[in-house]
Design a protein around this ligand. Structure first.
Ligand code: GLA
Length: 383
């Protein structure tokens, strides 16, 4: 068991008995690149975790060990600043945010590691941020609400990892609810759970094997392009502060003032928000066929208008098109690699995997990793 290895590593290094926490990775059923536009998303936490073994050390140092990388990092408590070590920044960013809230974070020792694949679009970085934020909140009784912890994780990513991400990943890692997807309004931060049982069909991820290396630079560019669109429309209506406030009619009315690329980006976001609303209704009506069609539409919008897909993701989605036991398929997360998410009838899971393996090879020539997910609760005290 992975968690036992992490506990043993903690005991070997620090000679003490730690407390264990875990935070999950996430999937997103629909609503991509809408969170930073104040729109709607529909994520769920999945049974892939980052575990944290942690204990206060009574000294003025934070000592971290990344179990999976076999690397360590130590810093004194009054010297928190971004480091050259990428992985340490996710942790330091969280501490720095908490200190920014006026909290005292005493020294502690920590070993962490898990099985959320890195670079696959399952938010391993959010699971690291939220795992630590949740653990510190607990062991030092800091009194943050779950939503504050999510915001702390998001800000850590902005300031210490340089990605201007939305709130979806950190939100999902904290608020996840077993057997439910969560429709989140990224403006009000209100959310509504919708039951999604996997009795009839499963959520299956297929990893392209392409690491989403372009994701952070292109991500920030997309954010700016959306802002350009908002700035154009704001001139006509001062109440518009994000694409959330924009309708397709407004976009069409002012189409001539838009550069084609910016118009495509904005119309994708407005359409995707509408799809999330429809997807919620479809789940309420148990209309999974409609839900699946919306997933495909989301993919084509991301591919053609938002241009964050890649040939490998497109190929994986195309393979599923003729398979009537696949309800929906689309790229998931920031894009440019990572996984597709597929809703597949339980009666045909073996056939699905067979088809994918027959028709797709990763750029390295390997058969792709296929991950079947169970929807679980968010971050928690493990033992
Ligand atoms: C990444 C970000 C999220 C979200 C998605 C795209 O996962 O961290 O905030 O914007 O991309 O939907």
């Amino acid at each position: 068991m992975m968690v036992e290895k992490i506990v043993d590593a903690f005991k070997d290094r620090f000679g003490a008995e730690p407390v264990i926490f875990r935070a999950p990775g996430r999937v997103n059923l629909i609503g991509e690149h809408t969170d930073y536009n104040d729109g709607f998303v529909m994520p769920a936490a999945i049974d892939r975790y980052v575990y944290f073994a942690i204990k206060p050390n009574g000294q003025n140092v934070y000592r971290f060990h990344a179990f999976d990388l076999n690397k360590s990092f130590t810093t004194t408590t009054n010297l928190i600043s971004p480091s050259k070590s990428r992985w340490a920044n996710y942790l330091l960013g969280v501490i720095s945010q908490m200190i920014g809230y006026g909290k005292d974070i005493p020294g502690f020792d920590c070993v962490f590691g898990g099985n959320v694949p890195i670079g696959a679009g399952l938010s391993s970085s959010a699971a690291i941020e939220i795992g630590l934020a949740f653990a510190l909140n607990h062991i030092f009784s800091l009194g943050f609400t779950p939503m504050q912890l999510a915001l702390i994780g998001q800000k850590a990513e902005h300031e210490y990892a340089g990605v201007k991400c939305g709130i979806m990943d950190q939100f999902a890692s904290l608020h996840g609810k077993m057997n439910h997807v969560l429709k989140l309004d990224c403006r009000s931060l209100d959310f509504e759970p919708f039951e999604l049982r996997t009795d009839d069909f499963s959520i299956i991820l297929v990893n392209t094997g392409v690491k989403h290396s372009l994701a952070s630079s292109e991500y920030n560019i997309r954010r700016n392009e959306c802002q350009v669109g908002v700035d154009i429309l704001k001139k006509y209506n001062a109440n518009i502060s994000s694409l959330r406030d924009v309708s397709l009619d407004m976009l069409n009315e002012h189409k001539s003032e838009f550069d084609k690329k910016v118009w495509d980006r904005c119309s994708y976001v407005v359409e995707e928000n509408l799809r999330v609303k429809q997807a919620g209704e479809a789940l309420q009506n148990k209309d999974f066929q409609l839900f699946g069609r919306l997933m495909y539409q989301s993919h084509y919008g991301l591919k053609e208008k938002y241009e964050v897909s890649c040939p490998e993701l497109d190929k994986l989605v195309d393979i599923t098109e003729p398979l009537d036991y696949v309800l929906g398929s689309r790229m998931m997360g920031g894009g440019f690699g990572g996984c597709t998410i597929n809703l597949v009838r339980n009666t045909h899971i073996d056939q699905f995997i067979e088809q994918v393996k027959l028709h797709y090879k990763t750029p390295q020539g390997n058969t792709p990793d296929v991950i079947t997910c169970v929807i679980v609760n968010g971050a928690e005290l493990f033992s």
